[in-house]
Design a protein around this ligand. Structure first.
Ligand SMILES: Cc1ncc(COP(=O)(O)O)c(C=O)c1O
Length: 276
């Protein structure tokens, strides 16, 4: 643990004013300098590459999802200009607003060369929000029950590519956490993988913070083993290939355990204040 200092603790290179957040806890009034999103992104890429190499893996096999929840569209644009294309959002309405804002920005003639963006829903989904998700996001990593998957499948517009899905697994049995239990994950994977307009890609987990890297890695290895077990049983239209695990504080042990996608917020955009 501790590869990533608390945002703002390590001040380097280039400074910008504190970036806008979409919450009432806007920190602008504090005027504390923070490193630029570009420099933070570069630092996270270095950490991902180092962790992959240390684990005997190719750095390119680990994708970086920038978790932009609570940060505004300008922060996302800054990250896009630094080369980031995949973004994770927890709050559906907030995410959809940013998706639309970024779509408008990318359609400006000056931005014509910008790469396509990929939006991942990584927060809890209530039934009444599935249509918004199905119509706007590219991936949903927080599917933990069949009913939500069925609604996403029915509501995914025919003119969009299939929605890419990960099942969220409550790998350490945290009482207040969403996620299917490891015991029920296989049956859910089998059912979800049959639904039209969805492609089941893998598992996502958010373990409790661990006291050290070894304990963090051990928990992530359980998620990796669960995915291997589901693939070994077979019967899915295609094997699962995505292990979404590791955040700012535990990306190295997650990569050591086989993560193919780390979801990083704080280490890229800074602290999120009190909201979460
Ligand atoms: C599902 C999920 N993944 C990743 C993150 C990013 O966490 P961090 O800011 O610690 O990198 C969050 C943040 O809340 C999250 O909810």
């Amino acid at each position: 643990m501790g590869l990533v200092p608390a945002a703002g603790a390590k001040v380097c290179c280039q400074f910008v004013t504190v970036r806008g957040m979409t919450t009432d806890n806007n920190l602008k009034s504090h005027h504390s300098p923070v490193p630029s999103i570009a420099s933070q992104l570069a630092q996270v890429h270095r950490q991902v590459a180092e962790a992959a190499i240390a684990a005997g893996r190719e750095p390119g096999d680990v994708h970086l999802l920038a978790v932009s929840k609570t940060f505004d569209a300008d922060a996302v644009i800054e990250a896009v200009q630094a080369g980031q294309t995949a973004f994770g959002e927890n709050y559906i309405q907030e995410g959809v607003e940013k998706i639309q804002a970024l779509r408008a920005w990318r359609s400006e003639p000056a931005q014509s060369g910008q790469a396509a963006l990929e939006w991942h829903c990584i927060g809890p989904i209530q039934s009444n929000k599935t249509r918004l998700v199905a119509e706007n996001f590219d991936w949903v990593q927080s599917v933990d029950r069949l009913k939500i998957a069925q609604r996403l499948s029915e509501q995914r517009p025919a003119d969009l590519p299939p929605l890419q899905i990960c099942l969220q697994v409550n790998i350490d049995g945290g009482a207040n956490k969403s996620g299917v239990s490891p015991e029920e994950a296989l049956a859910l994977a089998q059912a979800v993988s049959q639904l039209p307009r969805l492609v089941l890609r893998g598992l996502m987990a958010i373990p409790e913070p661990a006291p050290d890297d070894a304990s963090a890695r051990a928990v992530h290895e359980r998620t990796a083993a669960l995915m291997a077990q589901i693939n070994a049983v077979g019967g899915l239209p295609q094997p699962l290939d995505t292990l979404s695990m590791g955040m700012s504080a535990d990306l190295a042990p997650a990569i050591a355990a086989g993560s193919t996608m780390v979801r990083v917020g704080t280490a890229i955009f800074g602290g999120r204040g009190q909201r979460d």
